[in-house]
Design a protein around this ligand. Structure first.
Ligand SMILES: C[S@@+](CC[C@H](N)C(=O)[O-])C[C@H]1O[C@@H](n2cnc3c(N)ncnc32)[C@H](O)[C@@H]1O
Length: 375
């Protein structure tokens, strides 16, 4: 059976660009003496701040050198790795003359990753509008882009000090918001009206054929944010292209601590050696990268009844099981003895039993994994 991978391994060229990026960083943003010495502690502090202590963070933290250095040397390259994996597997094209807008752009992470991961776009005349509250981070991103792509790149990049909801001058063919909306307060009753407001703004900012790509950190809260935005964007007429294999209700909306949330883990194979070393120094070594995302357009993708593997495989009745998403809702793929489970993110054409059983614990529909040509 053929399966479609969402996060294919990096191409050699993409891996080489990430390796080279370490050198560009030290050129554009050198860290000398005690600042380099202290980097691992700043990374650790910021990592804590981005998770447990986020309420204490100031809105403009990206302009503060204490945060900017660890972001540039650690979080930015990890995000480049995660986005490179995503962009490699996503059906992602931007027409000649197209306009891309990036909300909460920081050091232009998404633009740098697009250039690295999609070489077919490098020679196109594209314009980019990057919005953030922190102009300094965007300026460094621009310097990094120039060092990476060269002064002759046909990409025209405009940076604007602005909030997520500020009006774009021109509607975008691709609208990206990466690791951005989790900066807002989603607690309590604010979540739904906020999602509605953002969805309305995104829909109005995308051209008629425009696409919206929301990338998030892969934690439960961002699963919830994405599920809310998905529902509200669908009310404006948008439909998912990926990862959802259907445009029904999301079966993994992170509604409670016990309920599943849509996110994907993938290996950190071919992460550049310099980044692995720095992560080790900060005692933040990873064997897995995590992400959740949502990619939509008004046309959506054709629902052909695919099933998308979502969770990591786990032990199930002596064999393996894996949670998945389908147009029938939450699905539990049941693997037979000796069958290798799919990588999270892979999708395939299922052979459903006439009357699928329901898993008592999760209420998922059970799908025994069977090759299409198996009788
Ligand atoms: C975690 S960083 C993500 C940067 C980049 N997109 C990435 O993926 O690496 C979040 C960014 O959102 C910006 N930000 C936070 N609140 C914002 C708002 N209300 N409007 C615009 N930008 C905002 C911050 O300044 C920061 O640069």
């Amino acid at each position: 059976m053929s399966t479609d991978a969402l996060f294919p391994p990096l191409t050699d060229e993409n891996a080489a660009e990430l390796e080279r990026f370490g050198k560009l960083l030290t050129k554009v943003r050198p860290l000398k003496g005690k600042f380099r010495e202290h980097l691992k502690y700043d990374i650790r502090d910021m990592s804590r701040g981005l998770t447990s202590e986020r309420s204490k963070r100031r809105k403009e933290y990206m302009t503060d050198d204490k945060f900017l250095s660890p972001y540039l040397h650690y979080f930015l390259p990890w995000n480049l790795y995660r986005m490179s994996r995503l962009f490699t597997g996503l059906e992602l094209d931007i027409p000649e003359g197209g306009h891309v807008a990036d909300l909460g752009s920081g050091p232009l992470t998404a633009i740098l990753a697009l250039w690295m991961a999609r070489p077919h776009l490098r020679e196109r005349e594209l314009s980019f509008t990057c919005l953030d509250l922190a102009p300094k981070a965007m300026q460094i991103g621009l310097d990094l882009f120039r060092a990476m792509a060269g002064e002759d790149s046909p990409w025209r990049i405009k940076t604007v000090k602005a909030g997520f909801m500020d009006r774009l001058h021109d509607r975008a063919d691709l609208l990206i918001a990466a690791n951005a909306f989790n900066e807002l307060d989603w607690s309590g009753r604010t979540a739904r009206p906020q999602a509605e407001k953002i969805a309305g703004h995104l829909a109005a900012s995308a051209s008629d054929t425009g696409r919206v790509l929301i990338i998030e950190t892969g934690v439960r809260l961002t699963g919830r944010i994405i599920a809310e935005l998905r529902a509200k964007l669908m009310e404006t007429g948008f439909k998912p292209i990926a990862p959802c294999p259907h445009d029904g209700e999301c079966p993994m909306p992170a509604l409670s601590q016990a309920s599943p949330w849509c996110h994907f883990n993938f290996s950190t194979k071919s992460v550049p050696a310099w980044l692995e070393k720095l992560s080790g120094e900060a005692r933040l070594t990873k064997d897995n990268a995590t992400m959740n995302f949502l990619y939509l357009s008004r046309a959506g993708s054709t629902g052909w009844g695919a099933v998308r593997a979502v969770s990591e495989p786990f032990k199930l009745h002596g064999n393996k099981g894996q949670y998945a998403c389908s147009d029938r809702g939450l699905t539990l793929i049941e693997y037979g003895p000796g069958t290798r489970p799919l990588a999270p993110g892979a999708s395939f054409a299922p052979v459903w039993p006439a009357k699928p059983k329901t898993d008592l614990k999760s209420k998922a529909l059970i799908l025994p994994f069977r090759q299409r040509d198996e009788k």
